[in-house]
Design a protein around this ligand. Structure first.
Ligand code: BGC
Length: 757
């Protein structure tokens, strides 16, 4: 193009206007406000504070919060709850600031608000997105009744390292299941209309790849190929974005050398430009300031870098508040960049309807009506039962007959403070039902003798660390030997033993990584002594992560994995132990034999020297000391009944690009109980331009079958299910053979293949 000077000016001006027009909000109320706002007022909106009183996870709790609100220096608060308290804070903003802009009120409602559900890892084992959506709906109803309009959930970080304590907060290792759950939770929180008074903004976190923290140590480095990111780790975040999530939280970790909070590739190129996200991005708790020790400069530097990268709101760290004005004056960031961030936050407030009525969530009557209702508690009990995974059932020890004489032992059998699970800051541990209470309620006529049997751990130093939010580990005055003796006596005089063992709640969660993820030694000794009695023994295993349990798994026992299962824990455990509910949960993480196998997950790749037969072979890819296989595979879980799969068939053996395949299988309940089964479909792409995983989950369906019933189950593989991101990060399906496996876990054996032309 040959442009003379006047044309060039007009041309550049029209480009500028075009860009500006795109930036102007399509929401007139928001644009009108922005037009009136000073730079200081805009920067104020980017500031998220907590007055304290909640869980301070970083080193800071915001000071002088009231003064700052009235000075127009705050866009939102978290850690304030209850309509009356929230009203006081909202009035400060609405009555005492120049432009009367209402505040957002955030909270970590991770697995239920006051009606605490099982930890998310547990809920994911239900493999039931509809049920999970409903847990999020109930959480939103309760949280909004308490004045909260923004939820820092769902946490969708793919986690393949059980040493990492925060594996408890997500949906496990698989991107396909993780995406379905992410979508369900966003829908549950946000509902169909964000301006309803019982829906709230959802915030997907922690963007991105937080679950891949090196060596399972929290907040640690992440360095990953783009191929692995796109195919394995990013899908759940994208699913949340596609479901319309209103906000995204950046993560603490760096991603390929750049902290996520200041990572332009992540926050702008990928999130906004490639995925089309239109909401706002908030940092994690002081993650902006933490870029200083990451090696990114001083507070002014990291604040400018983060704003330019696409961060809109600064959680607690106040780097934006303290430095952005100076950076605008010095030309390090533009006022337009500040305006853009502010616009996104104001748009979220608009979507909530706060400009129409800033008090719309503040009805003092609602908490009584909507929180911890009997219906919600009943639902929590059902969800908990559905999160349990039966790992082993030697001689059909479970379910226990309701008239049996039961010895209930173990340090978690009567331990109210350990029922809710990690990251339940809005729940009240004192309201939780213990296992012993659940037993007494469900089998009121049974003879139950209780003995603690052991401490959760005898290690006083560990106990101190775990008791950070209150007494989770109580070290008994009696000697370990005396406690074991009491439990063995109880066992000897009973028909059957239920031993409730495992981790205290704060042995997982944030900054609770472990390098040894076995059952603590104090409890192992108890278990060995109980097994030596020869009585039938059911281990009820509580934990916030997969544990290494090769020794216990070899024992002649039943093992019911119950995670930390929330406010109704004891009732739900009793329901399952005594057979009122037949367990149907399936693992959403692989359980390793030992920590040396980590990371271990079902969608591993073949090597050039695979070892399909198992057993050690020289010059094959294997270990000298353990097999390559895990102790328990992804998707695994037993039932009190048994299921048989047969007659797998595909409706086509050859398809064209753009087509899908219907996969049908017959399933029969061949045991003695009614029960549910999660039918799982795995796909292997035999030859492709980047090395394929061994198999990948591409479909599942939970079905109920009466005793003796037989059903036909059909799952559809869509065009998208055949796609992957290739080395150019194009999302494509490549021609060739695909093998479909259907069965009860990731080792599903029935298979058929088809060809994509
Ligand atoms: C956690 C986040 C949480 C935030 C606010 C941080 O320590 O990483 O998941 O939302 O605190 O409580």
């Amino acid at each position: 193009m040959n442009l003379t000077k006047p044309y060039l000016v007009v041309f550049l001006f029209s480009i500028l206007m075009h860009v500006r027009a795109q930036e102007r909000s399509t929401i007139p109320v928001v644009q009108k406000l922005l037009d009136k706002m000073t730079l200081d007022e805009k920067i104020g909106q980017l500031n998220l504070l907590t007055p304290g009183g909640g869980v301070a996870t970083g080193s800071v709790v915001s000071k002088d919060v009231e003064k700052k609100i009235t000075a127009g220096q705050v866009g939102g608060l978290f850690g304030v709850a209850g309509p009356d308290k929230v009203r006081v804070a909202q009035e400060l903003a609405v009555k005492h600031t120049r432009l009367k802009i209402p505040l957002l009120f955030g909270s970590d409602v991770i697995h239920g608000y006051k009606t605490t559900f099982p930890i998310p890892l547990g809920i994911s084992c239900s493999w039931d997105p509809e049920l999970i959506e409903k847990t999020a709906r109930v959480a939103a109803v309760e949280a909004t009744a308490d004045g909260i309009n923004w939820n820092f959930s769902p946490m969708v970080d793919i986690a393949r390292d059980p040493r990492w304590g925060r594996i408890a907060e997500g949906a496990g290792e698989d991107p396909y299941l993780g995406s379905a759950i992410a979508e369900a939770m966003v829908q549950g929180y946000q509902g169909t209309n964000l301006s309803h008074s019982n829906t709230m903004l959802s915030c997907v976190k922690h963007f991105a790849l937080y679950g891949a923290s090196q060596a399972g140590r929290d907040y640690h480095t992440v360095d990953m190929s783009k191929i692995k990111m796109f195919n394995q780790y990013l899908p759940p975040y994208k699913a949340a974005v596609d479901a319309g999530v209103a906000s995204v939280m950046s993560s603490f970790n760096d991603v390929d050398g750049i902290p996520a909070t200041g990572n332009k590739w992540l926050l702008t190129d990928l999130l906004r430009d490639r995925w089309g996200f239109i909401g706002f991005v908030v940092s994690d708790y002081t993650s902006l300031n933490e870029m200083i020790p990451h090696g990114f400069g001083n507070l002014q530097d990291v604040s400018a870098i983060s704003l330019k990268a696409g961060l809109d709101m600064d959680m607690v760290g106040e780097g934006f508040l303290k430095t952005l004005k100076k950076s605008v004056e010095e030309g390090r960031v533009t006022e337009n960049e500040v305006t853009e961030a502010c616009r996104r936050i104001l748009e979220a407030k608009y979507r909530l309807g706060l400009f129409d009525d800033p008090y719309r969530y503040l009805d003092s009557e609602r908490p009584k009506k909507d929180i911890l209702t009997p219906e919600h508690r009943q639902f929590a009990r059902e969800v908990a039962a559905r999160s349990f995974v039966l790992l082993k059932n030697h001689n059909g020890i479970l379910p226990i007959k309701k008239n049996a004489k039961v010895a209930l032992v173990g340090p978690l059998a009567d331990s109210r403070k350990n029922m809710l699970g990690t990251w339940a800051p809005t729940g009240n541990p004192d309201l939780a039902v213990t296992v012993i209470e659940g037993f007494k309620k469900v089998v009121p006529n049974a003879t139950i003798s209780y003995a603690k049997g052991s401490n959760i751990t005898d290690d006083k130093e560990l106990a101190k660390k775990v008791n950070v939010f209150g007494q989770r580990v109580v070290i008994d005055k009696r000697s370990p030997e005396a406690m074991i003796e009491e439990a063995v006596d109880a066992a000897n005089t009973s028909d059957v033993v239920v031993a409730v063992v495992g981790e205290a709640t704060e042995m997982s969660g944030e900054a609770a990584s472990r390098t040894d993820i076995s059952i603590p030694e104090s409890q192992k000794k108890l278990i060995r002594a109980l097994v030596a009695t020869g009585k039938p023994i059911a281990l009820v295993l509580m934990s916030g992560r997969p544990l290494t349990i090769p020794e216990e798994f070899d024992m002649p026992v039943a093992i019911l994995q119950v995670w930390h299962s929330g406010v109704e824990a004891g009732n739900a455990i009793a329901d399952v132990v005594f057979g009122d509910y037949n367990p149907s949960g399936k693992l959403t993480t692989t359980w390793p034999r030992n920590v040396g196998q980590i990371p271990i997950y079902h969608s591993v790749k073949n090597t050039g020297r695979p070892n399909p037969k198992g057993g050690y072979e020289k010059f094959k890819s294997n270990y000298l000391d353990v097999p390559n296989t895990p102790l328990l595979p992804f998707g695994y879980g037993l039932s009190y009944t048994s299921f048989e799969y047969s007659n797998l068939r595909l409706d086509k053996s050859e398809i064209n690009q753009g087509q899908g395949v219907n996969v049908s299988v017959t399933i029969e309940n061949t045991g003695d109980y009614d029960g549910e089964e999660v039918v799982q479909l795995y796909l292997s792409d035999v030859v492709r331009s980047i090395t394929p995983p061994r198999r990948q989950l591409k479909g599942f369906k939970k079905v109920m079958l009466k005793k003796g019933e037989r059903k036909e189950v059909t799952l559809s593989l869509t065009e998208n299910d055949l796609k992957f991101y290739n080395s150019n990060l194009e999302y494509i399906a490549e021609p060739g053979e695909f093998v479909v496996y259907v069965g009860p876990n990731s080792n599903a054996e029935l298979s058929r293949s088809f060809v994509l032309k």
